[in-house]
Design a protein around this ligand. Structure first.
Ligand SMILES: [Zn+2]
Length: 276
């Protein structure tokens, strides 16, 4: 095939393989369906949960579930009100606290969010917990894993996605999922998201926590507190979420507008919100 024709077809394919991120409207590459991402990532998630120890701390576990559900409800309400509910039709939210002393939290596609007990030591209110869970929910809703897998497929298979890889796409997806979720020996250790995705998750997380009634000011103070030090060792969360000046400045810059637009103090859910 003529090279120019091939490039044109590739361009057309990519154009038709874009989706929009809710809230920010950013266009992202999406070569894989939700169903494909979920079938590979759910296996990894189940493997992780099978070897993890669920926390015995009832109070903290309930707090994680309560804050997580409030954020999930706010997210679903927003998507529904904006005609985007089909975006998360395959999601089944799960919020787990696991017995692990590392200061960490992560999300897997489909709304599977895991918080480590070690993180709870750094959290002094439900608003602060909402900063972290809101950020993780944002990664899930923005489908950052799908985007990363799509970029990986494009990088590895290039124009071959037009023929061989597309014909045998599920093998390509499986192979890329293994790399993106970085699993095998170490469950739950994923390749870091890109800086762009991290900034977007910060932004969306602040919007979502505001809509759920949590004070978004805590995003700034929480990440500042995290980077100021959690003792001698650097918290694991910061290894995937470097709280450098650029990140903190972005949060500072976006905070006033987000707070003014989305935060209604009177609807504060942190103390009174209950979900069955
Ligand atoms: Zn993140």
């Amino acid at each position: 095939m003529n090279k120019n024709v091939l490039l044109l077809i590739l361009a057309a394919l990519l154009l038709s393989s874009c989706s929009s991120v809710p809230i920010t409207g950013r266009k992202q590459l999406s070569l894989i369906s939700d169903a494909e991402v979920l079938s590979s990532s759910l296996t990894q998630y189940k493997g992780y949960m099978a070897q993890a120890t669920v926390s015995g701390n009832k109070v903290q576990s309930e707090m994680v579930t309560r804050v997580g559900k409030a954020l999930a409800v706010a997210t679903e309400t927003y998507l529904k009100n904006n005609g985007m509910e089909s975006d998360i039709q395959n999601y089944a939210w799960e919020f787990s606290l696991v017995a692990n002393t590392e200061v960490n939290a992560f999300c897997m596609p489909g709304g599977k969010i895991v918080v480590y007990e070690g993180l709870m030591k750094m959290v002094s209110s439900e608003d602060e917990l909402a900063v972290v869970i809101g950020h993780e929910v944002a990664h899930a809703v923005a489908k950052h894993s799908n985007e990363r897998m799509s970029q990986q497929i494009l990088a590895q298979y290039g124009s071959n996605i037009l023929n061989s890889a597309l014909a045998n796409k599920s093998a390509a997806v499986q192979s890329v999922a293994g790399q993106v979720f970085g699993l095998g020996a170490q469950y739950g250790v994923m390749l870091p998201f890109s800086r762009k995705q991290e900034n977007e998750a910060d932004y969306m997380g602040m919007v979502l926590m505001s809509m759920a009634g949590y004070n978004p000011d805590m995003a700034l103070t929480f990440w500042q507190k995290m980077s100021a030090g959690g003792g001698a060792s650097v918290p694991e969360l910061l290894s995937t979420h470097p709280s450098d000046e650029t990140r903190i400045n972005n949060i500072k810059k976006n905070l006033p507008k987000i707070k003014q637009t989305y935060y209604k103090k009177s609807s504060s859910s942190s103390a009174t919100f209950h979900i069955g």
